[in-house]
Design a protein around this ligand. Structure first.
Ligand code: HEC
Length: 412
């Protein structure tokens, strides 16, 4: 049975590897096209239908690019599409969501002191919220508000902040941030899948049939692209945030999230303006730095006063952690963890230089230790990642005992 934990760990790594690669490809091509689009220049000699051109140099050659808006008069023989980067980023991201947050719902998705949910309830809320996000967003874009670019952006911002708050009222801080990223990224991918590519296909079909394509399809796609442009950087922040508990596990985490969305706009605005050769708005960096300082300051507010500690003092709550606590090796394993790990992995770490609970992993009480059995097994039993540099001198025999505890519980 322990093979399962090892396989799960590797599946998780493989999915993450794939996800990062597809995301790099998607974001890379989307940044490239935004810059290209903004840098196009109108010249008199351009062929009919072309709205701008640009020269670029890269990798030992010069590129001469011309943009046709709405479309060239004839269908080109070879046409390269950009869509799989986006689709696979979403699919691999969803796989990660299943592996980390649905598979580990007890630990990472549900915080009983925030809302007492069964894992299946939390998973339904998670799935429902992603679908809800797209429906609301899409309807807003298609409504009369959608005709006013900045008005629409303001309304969308309010929706995102409301979701930031809402998620923190339901899930762990870590899952709340991750879901906010997934909520936003689902909108971005659905923009490509449901709007941008289908519109492009209508235009291509018109060209093949010899009809003149309607420019409205390009205009709609452009609006969705603009949103994707401003949402990219915050999404990356939320996806990386699970490594930084000060961002997600502090009292004002949802306010921090609200400011992160603003930083996405201020940073992108500098690049957009620069690429359009409309000057260099240095003030945007000043605003970004101020926003970041406010975020840091907010994160130092008193730690979230949740019932976490009270719950942790009681007996283990889930069926799985009860099994780990009932195993005959548990007493010895707990003593090892308390002797080698708790100095750092505590609500108030006592190890010199450790000021915050690392990764918010607390290993002090029976309930905490039993519920982190798999992580202890991977980090300190199967691998030597913990304690870092073996600073607390855990012995090979002790590691063996942690392994025996985990594996014998599973084979019981
Ligand atoms: C000297 C302090 C210290 C000790 C002792 C220590 N840890 Fe850690 N632990 C850390 C730090 C720091 C991190 C965060 C590492 C990082 O940022 O990648 C961490 C991370 C972790 C994580 C989360 C890993 C992840 O990537 O999500 C687990 C689980 C963990 N430790 C378990 C243990 C166990 C089990 C022990 C005892 C055998 C232990 N640690 C001992 C400092 C410590």
């Amino acid at each position: 049975m322990y093979e399962y934990a090892v396989a799960w760990e590797w599946l998780s790594f493989a999915a993450r590897w794939f996800h990062v690669i597809t995301a790099v490809a998607w974001i890379g091509s989307s940044f490239y096209f935004i810059a290209l689009d903004l840098g196009l220049v109108k010249r008199p000699h351009l062929p009919a239908g072309a709205s701008g051109e640009e020269w670029q140099v890269h990798g030992g050659g010069f590129y001469h690019i011309q943009k046709y808006l709405v479309a060239p008069s004839q269908m080109p023989q070879h046409l390269t599409w950009f869509k799989y980067e986006s689709y696979f980023t979403w699919l691999s991201g969803f796989l990660m969501l299943c592996i980390v947050y649905y598979g580990g719902a007890d630990l990472f998705l549900v915080d009983r002191s925030v809302m007492d949910l069964a894992p299946w309830q939390a998973i339904l809320i998670s799935l429902g919220s992603l679908a809800f996000g797209w429906l609301v967003y899409d309807q807003l874009c298609k409504s009369p508000i959608g005709r006013n670019t900045w008005g629409l952006m303001a309304v969308l911002y309010i929706v995102l902040v409301a979701m930031a708050w809402g998620y923190t009222q339901v899930f762990t801080g870590r899952a709340a941030f991750l879901h906010l990223g997934a909520f936003t990224a689902t909108i971005m991918s659905a923009n490509v899948f449901m709007i941008i590519i289908p519109n492009q296909k209508i235009v291509v079909a018109d060209l093949i049939a010899g009809r003149k394509p309607d420019p409205k399809y390009g205009v709609i796609a452009k609006q969705r692209s603009l949103h994707n442009n401003y949402l990219t950087l915050p999404v990356i922040f939320f996806m990386l945030s699970n490594h930084y508990p000060l961002a997600f596990a502090t009292t004002f985490n949802w306010v921090i999230a609200a400011l992160v969305f603003l930083m996405g706009v201020t940073i992108r605005h500098w690049f957009n303006t620069t690429h359009a050769r409309k000057g260099k708005p240095t003030w945007t960096w000043l605003v970004t730095v101020i926003l970041f300082i406010v975020i840091i300051w907010l994160s130092t507010a008193p730690k979230m006063l949740t019932g976490e500690t009270d719950a942790a003092l009681g007996p283990p709550t889930t069926a799985m952690s009860q099994r780990f606590a009932a195993n005959s090796h548990f007493g010895a394993a707990r003593d090892i963890v308390q002797g080698r790990c708790s100095m750092c992995h505590a609500a108030e770490p006592v190890y010199e230089g450790i000021h915050f609970t690392p990764k918010n992993v607390m290993l002090e009480t029976d309930a905490q230790i039993a519920s982190h059995a798999r992580e202890i097994y991977i980090q300190a039993g199967r691998s030597h990642a913990m304690p870092p540099g073996n600073v607390t001198s855990i012995s090979p025999q002790e590691r063996k005992l942690l392994v025996a505890w985990y594996e014998s519980t599973l084979s019981e």
